[in-house]
Every structure is written in C-alpha cells, then in structure tokens.
Design a protein around this ligand. Structure first.
Ligand code: HEC
Length: 205
C-alpha cells in the first residue's frame, strides 16, 4: 500500500509536470495522440480543387436538392393532416385508379404482408416467429380509423411497428391505404351490394 501511494503521487506529479495544469498557456505545440485525426486530407470549402472540372471544392447543389430536415409542405398528401391543423384527413387525398390500387396491392404485399398477412388479419409469417399483437385491419377500430392516421402510422410507425416512410414513397403510401381499405371492405360487404344476377346463388347457400 505504501508503495502504491508513493507511485500514485509520483505518477500525478509526472503527469502535471508533462501536461501542466488545466488552462496553462504553453508555447509548445500540443501533443497529438492521433495525428491523422488532426491533419487530414480533405476538401476545404472555397478552395481550388483539381478533382472537379470547374476546379472548385464547393460544388453547386444538384437541381432539386432539398435541405435535410426541411419540414414538409403542410398539405394533406404530405402529412395526412388537414393543412394548418393536427386533425387527420378522413379520406384518401389522391385519386384511386385501378392502376394505383394494383400498385397499392403490390406495395402492400412487399412491405406489410409479412406482418399483417395477405388478408390483413395480422397473422403474417412473422406471427410464427414470435411477433404477436400485430394489428388486425378488420378490427372495428381500424375500419373506422381515418386514412390520415393510417398514413401517419406508415410514415412514422407506431408502438411496435417501425416506420416505412423511408421505404415507401408518399404516393405509394396512399395507394397502400387504398388497398388496405379494399381488404377491409372484402369482409364488410352486405348482400344488398351483390349484383342481382349473383344474389340468387349466394342466397341459396
Ligand atoms: C414488422 C412487422 C410489421 C410490418 C411490416 C407492418 N406492420 Fe403495421 N403493425 C405492426 C404491429 C406489431 C402493429 C401493432 C402496433 C402496436 O400498437 O403495438 C401494427 C399496427 C399497424 C396499424 C394500426 C396502428 C394503430 O394506430 O393501432 C396500422 C394501420 C398498420 N400497422 C399499417 C401497416 C401498413 C399499411 C404496413 C405496410 C406499409 C405495415 N403496417 C407494416 C407490425 C408491422
């Protein structure tokens, strides 16, 4: 113990002797522990640089560049909310054509089906690997949920579900919602909605 204390004090004295007290002014250059971090090969802004044809290190923005973190324009299509409010839009703000529904189905099958299942009942393949409590789109709560809120869930995720905003572009997200609505509708149709010609066949069963 005695040796330890002596060595300890010696070590402190040596350290202060070499490095000095905090705030001490010195004319000597600072010690560089990792010199390659202090002196790097890099392009400094506004300096000539031969790599580019125009010999400038700072290149102009590529056309269409937007700033990182720039807020979305506050429109229902971008946010799923009524502009200037935090209220969800009730219905899909983009027109749902047959092509778009097909696109929605295809995107759904790629991005949502593994968890939510082909029919939207929340029993996708992941449920066999321990992912339980995946939302069932046929729950009354999700049937009556606004399109805007579903858009928000796809964009940012919710509780256990991750966000798909980076994987699915805005237009495709609305197309997926159109398809989710079709899945829901497939279980909610009433006999009155069946065309007359086919009704008889159904009624027989
Ligand atoms: C990795 C699995 C997974 C994938 C893929 C996935 N979800 Fe989910 N989703 C979940 C889980 C788990 C929940 C339940 C979240 C909770 O409340 O904990 C959920 C919940 C939801 C809800 C209900 C949110 C709420 O407010 O209760 C919606 C709507 C939804 N998902 C839509 C989608 C759509 C559309 C896609 C495809 C773009 C998708 N999900 C892809 C796992 C997934």
């Amino acid at each position: 113990m005695r040796y330890f204390l002596t060595l300890y004090i010696l070590a402190i004295v040596t350290l202060i002797g070499v490095a000095g007290f905090r705030g001490d002014i010195s004319r000597k250059p600072p010690i560089e522990v990792f010199p390659d971090m202090d002196r790097q090969m890099k392009l400094r802004p506004q300096e000539p640089n031969a790599v580019f044809g125009n010999e400038r290190s700072s290149q102009p923005y590529v056309e269409g560049t937007i700033f990182r973190g720039m807020p979305y324009q506050d429109t229902p299509i971008n946010t799923g909310r009524i502009s200037g409010t935090t209220n969800w839009v009730e219905t899909n703000p983009i027109e749902l054509t047959v092509e778009r529904m097909k696109r929605g189905q295809q995107r759904y099958n790629i991005h949502c089906l593994p968890c939510h299942g082909a029919s939207g009942d929340g029993k996708g393949i992941t449920s066999k690997y321990g992912m339980v409590a995946v939302a069932n789109f046929h729950d009354a709560r999700l049937v009556s949920m606004t399109d805007g809120e579903i858009f928000n869930t796809i964009t940012h995720g919710k509780n256990l579900m991750g966000s798909y905003g980076a994987n699915i572009n805005i237009e495709d997200r609305w197309a997926v919602i159109g398809y989710v609505r079709a899945l829901q509708r497939s279980r909610l149709a009433t006999l009155d909605e069946v065309p007359e010609a086919m009704k008889a066949a159904l009624e027989k069963e």
